[in-house]
Write a protein that binds this ligand. Sequence first.
Ligand code: PMP
Ligand code: GLN
Length: 382
Amino acid sequence: MSAVERFGNTIFAEMTELARRTGALDLGQGTPDDPGPPGVLERARGAITEGMNQYPPTRGLPSLREAVARRRAADRGTEYDPEREVLISFGATEAIASALLALCGPGDEVVMFEPFYDSYGAGVALAGARRRVVTLRPGPGRFVFAEDELRAAFGPRTRALVLNSPHNPTGKMFDRRELELIAALCVEHDVVAITDEVYEYLAFGDVPHLSLAALPGMRSRTLAVSSAGKTFCLTGWKIGWLCGPAPLVDAVHAVKQYLTFSGSGPFQAAVAEGLADPGPWLGPYREGLRRRRDLLAGTLAEAGVRCLPSQGTYYLQFDTRSFGYDDAGEFCRDLPRRAGVVAIPSGVFYDSADTGRHLARLSFCKSEATVSAAAGRLADFA
Ligand code: PMP
Ligand code: GLN
């Protein structure tokens, strides 16, 4: 059996198909209803008309690499040379998979927190490596992990750590103290960190998004990944990027060349324009998301449903035991027909069978009308 055969269809494909078949309100896959910044869409149309339709350079259009480097410097405090230290990828997914393939081989171990985004498991398996998982558990106001569990996950075979913050599906934002511990362990064990920051601009509370690369000793051992999908509501464009020290970026580029070579020239040009000044778009967009999160969480809480804290991303988890279901998988497969709503069972993001068994995830990046109607249906069903 090949490394990924046992993974089968992703939960997103399964639940999106269920939404299509049943006509239920789809709060499953994280695909935003908002159309994205008009200027960025217009620039993509212009780039196609201008004829930017052939292969861009494998490292990405210089204009986009420069825009990424400027944003990282301004927003995260880390400087990168756009020539050698920035790589444009086919979404964050390709950047993460290429990084895992570049760094890891059989016998190597990769530390990650569960629940974890499904592509990390597949990437580690494709590399022939093994994952070591540390569990995030709900605490007051935020998800937390046990320091001793994280320490125990590191060992002589640890080659890489994957860190996702803001975190899908919990909405957790890792704070400075947590990042300092992670950084200290990466330095002590000579481990490279791959940071998945695709939700970097979707943080709602007082905890700002911090990039692990900005901590002392980490720039030289971090591959920082992000993408335009969540920031600009352009998930189908699949424009991602990775920043890090030149030798590591060279290694990832070597893999990336043989996966997709390069792609999406007009969309790269448009995202470069969007990154130049994302503030005017992001402020109202983020505020709208916060409102929808509060509407959803408030309606569910009023109906007696236990919701888990979400500090960022556009996901909210709840406990399906509030609906009399011990198994969120069963709940999510029944829900479209019984209540006309689609949710994602969080158990698929866990290795440990029991921890996420009764958690389900809702995406609140849908229109306010859809979020409100779905919240009402869930409340009636509770
Ligand atoms: N990482 C996380 C945590 C995600 O939720 C997603 C979902 N889009 C991705 C990576 C993939 O990003 P992209 O579409 O840019 O490949
Ligand atoms: N990131 C999206 C989510 O978590 C899904 C992306 C995908 O379908 N691969 O909903």
